[in-house]
Every structure is written in C-alpha cells, then in structure tokens.
Design a binder for this molecule. Structure first.
Ligand SMILES: CC(C)(COP(=O)(O)OP(=O)(O)OC[C@H]1O[C@@H](n2cnc3c(N)ncnc32)[C@H](O)[C@@H]1OP(=O)(O)O)[C@@H](O)C(=O)NCCC(=O)NCCS
Length: 129
C-alpha cells in the first residue's frame, strides 16, 4: 500500500478497488501502471476479479470506469493491456472494452520462472487532440 501511495503521488500509477455496495471486501482490482508522460502519454492496465465474482460483468464495469478516468482525467492518449494467448476471459474482456489487438510479443514477461508470449492490445483516446 505504501508503494501504491508513493507511485500515485509521483503520478506513476493508480489502483482502483471494486467493493460490493454494503460490503467491506475488495472483489476486484484494476490498475494503471507505468504512466508515461512526454510524447507517449500512455500506461498499462492490469486487472483481476475474485473467482466467485467472475462472469458477472464486474470487471468490465470497473475497467470501463478506469479507462474513462485514464482518458478524461489523466488525459492519456493510450491505455495498453496485454495477456497470455490462452487467457480467453482476458481477451473477451478487452474486446468488450473496445481494445484493439496490435500484435504478439514473444517471451514478453517472466511469469513463475517462464518467459511467456503475450498478445498486445491497446485502446486509443479518440477524443484527444
Ligand atoms: C480476466 C478476468 C478479469 C475476466 O473477468 P470476467 O468476470 O470474465 O470479465 P467481465 O467482467 O467482462 O465479465 C464477463 C462475463 O460476465 C457476463 N455478464 C453478466 N452480466 C454482465 C453485465 N451486466 N455486463 C457485462 N457482462 C456481464 C458476461 O456474459 C460474461 O460471461 P461469460 O464469461 O460467461 O461469457 C478474470 O477472469 C480474472 O480475474 N482472471 C484472473 C486474473 C487475470 O487473468 N488477469 C488478467 C491478466 S492479463
């Protein structure tokens, strides 16, 4: 949490928590990280939902608000989100959020000791100049 606060204050990342109305439990997280300004004006989006709340549209709702925040409040030009080719739920979520696939990156991330290929996708802020 301290790292989250420090990065937020430096404008480098922001994390959003999904909490059910009337409950105090976090059921979903969506984060904007690696926020880069200058000519790039972009960030990465990461997300996850509690398994019990998967398949109910919770993640789509939270990520939709977060993308709107990235464009309307942070005024970023590009939000990028990447996933492993067999993560079909992630692919469907991003498709439903109007992200576009831009390619595949070989050996993109080291996950559990293995370099994993990733599908690269992004959504562009079409309202921006
Ligand atoms: C990837 C992940 C976030 C997707 O979550 P999800 O719950 O499937 O995503 P959504 O919120 O878009 O929900 C879509 C489902 O909700 C259903 N749904 C129900 N009500 C809905 C509503 N009002 N609006 C939209 N979808 C709704 C859709 O029909 C769809 O169901 P289906 O999967 O049976 O077709 C989730 O699987 C997860 O946390 N995985 C582990 C972590 C992970 O992989 N993170 C990403 C790393 S790249």
């Amino acid at each position: 949490m301290q790292a989250w606060q420090s990065e937020f204050l430096q404008g480098r990342s922001i994390h959003f928590l999904g909490i059910l109305p009337g409950a105090s439990r976090v059921i979903a997280v969506c984060s904007l990280t690696n926020i880069i300004r200058g000519p790039f004006q972009a960030c990465n989006m990461g997300y996850g939902v509690d398994q019990h709340y998967e398949g109910r549209g919770v993640m789509k709702t939270l990520c939709g608000h977060v993308v709107a925040y990235a464009f309307d409040v942070l005024k970023l030009n590009r939000v990028m989100a990447n996933y492993m080719p067999d993560n079909h739920r992630s692919a469907a979520l991003l498709r439903n959020l109007d992200f576009t696939i831009e390619g595949t990156a070989k050996r993109y991330l080291l996950i559990n000791g293995c370099w994993e290929d990733h599908v690269l996708s992004a959504r562009i802020n079409i309202k921006k100049d």
